[in-house]
Design a protein around this ligand. Structure first.
Ligand SMILES: Cc1cc2nc3c(=O)[nH]c(=O)nc-3n(C[C@H](O)[C@H](O)[C@H](O)COP(=O)(O)O)c2cc1C
Length: 398
């Protein structure tokens, strides 16, 4: 099973994406990886940083002539902003000797932890009063490397007609009311909206909410949704808690910076209904035998495509709630970790709202998790071996 690992600080030289145990012979397009990198950088409400960075991936190993080799895949994404930070972030620079007083302050006097960030807990955990040592890695700049990994994972899945899409359901009070959307409604339309919203009226309400937050020098959160289509029935695990597909997706989505809630299907709405109103009745159509769900199908999908930890052949639907961005231009009260005196939280250049970008990161997390459970079931060392296993499962009579 593949392992996806990232490294790198927000203002360091760059980010590293590393994929271990990925099968050989999978066609990989660098152009497609860079397209996913571009998608992560879009969205109304992003900050200055996105104007500096135009993320491009350099593949260092594991791919030859656009196909995976079975060896570790490593990728590098340069931080363009590094030129402005090299004296501060250099791995072996004796910093203090080379910095101007203003740079020294920026480098070392980061002592006012921001409520909502890792700053305080991280400082105590790692025993440092230099909060930059903590915040550099906690920053969601790291999600660029996740998207690079996710793009490799989704290129494998697409070989088996498994596709992933995302859209935004709410930003602040701006909400998409119409929820009955097909996979293609989202897949084909979300990218053209500056807030990844497929309904014009709702899009306007989201943009207005961001404009209002900007005017007030405040920030916003929201809810995004990721869908996965084409997944065969029976992926994941029902026998051990750590193999359940819903559990693994929830863990992956919760790991996205600012995500504080995850639901599969209409979980929170379903909680207030009777069982008879919620569960998706099962039907059978012989003509569909041999497909992803062996002819079994549902008219509804309140379960969000997962029952008992296993995919049930319907589209998987995951929603994630993000808290508002924590760095505030009108900062909250905090305590200076050196002087222990009252002060205002530090201000680091920041986004106002990141829900559209978080949705693209969600797609990458979904791709990583699904590739793991897909290879757990159909895995092999090469593309051909996996394809044979996959076909065998689909063609086996039930
Ligand atoms: C794509 C993306 C971009 C983000 N950009 C910022 C930002 O510019 N400023 C900020 O304060 N938080 C930003 N965040 C959120 C913080 O990284 C996150 O709130 C913080 O690391 C604390 O982690 P937690 O919210 O998961 O507890 C961003 C999150 C994502 C997903």
């Amino acid at each position: 099973m593949p392992q996806y690992i990232t490294a790198g600080e927000s203002h360091g030289q760059g980010l590293v994406a590393l994929i271990e145990s990925f099968p050989a012979g999978i066609p990989i397009s660098l152009k497609e990886i860079n397209h996913q990198m571009f998608r992560r950088q879009q969205g109304f409400g992003r900050g200055q940083r996105m104007k500096i960075e135009a993320d491009k991936v350099k593949i260092l190993s594991g791919i030859r002539n656009s196909k995976t080799l079975g060896s570790p895949i490593s990728m590098f994404i340069t931080n363009k902003d590094w030129v402005n930070w090299r004296k501060i972030m250099h791995p072996d620079n004796p910093v203090s000797k080379k910095l101007s007083p203003a740079q020294k302050k920026r480098a070392y006097d980061v002592t006012a932890p921001r409520p909502g960030h890792t700053d305080l807990a991280g400082a105590i955990k790692y025993d440092t009063k230099d909060l930059r040592n903590v915040l550099e890695r906690s920053s969601a700049r790291e999600t660029a490397a996740r998207v690079a990994c996710g793009s490799v994972a989704r290129q494998l899945l697409e070989q088996f007609s498994i596709k992933i899409a995302s859209h935004v359901i709410s930003i602040g009070k701006g909400t998409l009311k119409k929820k009955k959307l097909s996979f293609d409604d989202i897949y084909l339309n979300a990218d053209s909206s500056p807030v990844r919203c497929v309904n014009k009226e709702a899009e306007k309400s989201m943009i207005d909410a961001i404009k209002e937050a900007r005017k007030k020098q405040d920030t916003l959160g929201g809810v995004f949704e990721v869908r996965i289509t084409g997944l065969p029935i029976g992926l994941g695990g029902n026998a051990q808690w750590y193999n359940r597909l819903d559990a693994n997706l929830a863990q992956a989505f919760m790991s996205i910076q600012s995500v504080k809630g995850v639901e599969i299907g209409e979980a929170f709405t379903n909680a207030a209904k009777f069982g008879s109103q919620v569960h998706d009745s099962i039907y059978f159509n012989e003509k569909q035998t041999g497909n992803q769900s062996k002819g079994f199908w549902r008219k509804t999908n309140a379960a969000g495509g997962i029952e008992g930890g296993l995919s049930n052949g319907a589209d998987i639907i995951i929603r994630a709630a993000c808290k508002p961005i924590s760095t505030l231009m009108k900062p909250l009260n905090t305590i200076d970790v050196k002087s222990k005196k009252d002060t205002l939280a530090m201000i680091e250049r920041s986004d106002i709202c990141v829900i559209p970008a978080a949705a693209v990161v969600g797609e990458a997390m979904a791709a990583m998790v699904v590739s793991e459970c897909f290879l757990n079931k159909f895995g092999g060392d090469s593309f051909n071996e996996i394809r044979d296993n996959f076909r065998g499962y689909l063609e086996r009579e039930f």
